[in-house]
Design a protein around this ligand. Structure first.
Ligand SMILES: *Cc1c(COP(=O)(O)O)cnc(C)c1O
Length: 372
């Protein structure tokens, strides 16, 4: 039996009745954009993130873009982030007219190397976007100290880290705003596109609510030029149902990760994911690293195992960002990790048998390759 990278149907079947009841209420109310279901979910998710306000939007990309926009980041500004992330992190910066500035990553955590932030700060720098990659929190204590010292905004990209803690507080609650994606494959996924900004700043919250809805403060009063980034009621209702299960699902992913760690220990020329510092990570992705990545990828695919690469080309080497003038070798750690990372299947519905099968194949691969 093939083992998929993710099994969203299995998850739906486990909560089918609740989802259908929630959807029936939306269809009968016939109020399809924002509304009560979205408001209830905003409140519940903000609380889940230890934040006062939640502003639901139509994607994680919109969440990042609107968070920068609401905080006044604009044309001519520079925003520091990393290159080994989903392109949306950088796009959001470009979409408000600012320029992304990439700092290299730490070779152990593969998260932003906070010791390299200050050398990238210029008089144009306005903000830092740390990305909690794969669900592993960035070293926020040093990062926040640097931001404070240099009067920079911090906008967290928590799109892969729903429910991760850092020093006892949820990620997303540390900076001026925390941004989440509820793309279907995320730890908390909609049945379509969805995202949210969480914040403790009441003024920013009011501004975000206006920006996502054509800059409207009240009906037909357009205070600023905004956009349409509203969330559909259907997605709010589904996410409201699923949020209750998120802690349980995150825990299952954790158990799967520790079983992988146990079974893969000494299983070949590979580096396993770690738990770093004062944080409790979540496993959006379980990512191993190996110098044999491409061969292992092909081998596992051929064996019917769903694997993926996050991400094969760092953003500074993407054609879209050619004009920034980066070249190969500028961010050596991020570039090397792009060649070594491999994401194994990890989802709450995975069985022990499936996990054992994945690890057996990986060991088989290394036994063959390393003995040649
Ligand atoms: C998924 C993701 C996004 C974008 O979210 P969308 O909802 O797909 O727009 C941004 N940043 C990171 C790190 C992500 O993983």
């Amino acid at each position: 039996m093939p083992i998929p990278f993710l099994d969203l149907k299995e998850q739906y079947l486990s909560i089918k009745d609740e989802i259908q009841a929630a959807l029936a209420r939306i269809f009968e109310d016939a109020n399809f954009v924002l509304g009560r279901a979205v408001e209830d979910f905003e409140e519940a998710f903000a609380e889940f993130c230890d934040c006062q306000y939640g502003i639901a939007v139509n994607s994680g990309t919109s969440a990042l873009q609107l968070a920068l926009w609401a905080n006044g980041v604009k044309q001519g500004d520079e925003v520091i982030t990393v290159s080994n992330t989903f392109i949306a992190t950088a796009e959001a910066i470009s979409l408000v007219g600012a320029t992304p500035v990439f700092v290299d990553v730490d070779p152990t955590s593969m998260n932003m190397d906070v010791t390299k932030i200050e050398e990238k700060i210029t008089d144009k720098t306005r903000a830092i976007i740390p990305v909690h990659l794969y669900g592993q929190p960035v070293a926020l204590d040093s990062l926040l100290a640097i931001a404070q010292r240099n009067q920079l905004l911090v906008i967290e990209d928590a799109c892969q880290a729903h429910g991760a803690w850092y020093q006892g507080k949820k990620v997303g609650s540390f900076g001026q705003a925390g941004c989440f994606s509820f793309y279907p494959s995320k730890n908390l996924g909609a049945f379509g596109e969805a995202g949210m900004v969480v914040t403790n700043d009441g003024e920013i919250a009011v501004k975000l609510r206006a920006l996502r809805d054509h800059g409207q403060r009240s009906k037909n009063v357009h205070e600023f030029i905004g956009t349409n980034a509203r969330l559909e009621s259907i997605q709010g209702a589904i996410l409201g149902v699923k949020l209750k299960y998120l802690p349980e699902w995150n825990e299952k992913r954790r158990q799967i990760a520790s079983l992988y760690n146990e079974l893969l220990q000494g299983g070949g020329d590979l580096v396993l994911p770690r738990e770093d510092g004062p944080s409790q990570r979540v496993y959006h992705l379980y990512v191993i690293r190996t110098g044999y990545r491409d061969k292992l990828y092909d081998y596992l695919k051929a064996a019917g195992i769903g694997v993926a690469i996050h991400y094969p080309t760092p953003i500074h080497l993407q054609p879209a960002y050619r004009e920034l003038g980066y070249k190969k070798g500028d961010l050596p750690v991020a570039e090397r990790s792009a060649q070594e990372v491999l994401s194994l299947p990890v989802y709450p519905e995975m069985t022990e048998k499936q996990i054992a099968e994945v690890t057996r194949e990986i060991k088989k691969f290394f036994a063959r390759h390393l003995n040649k």
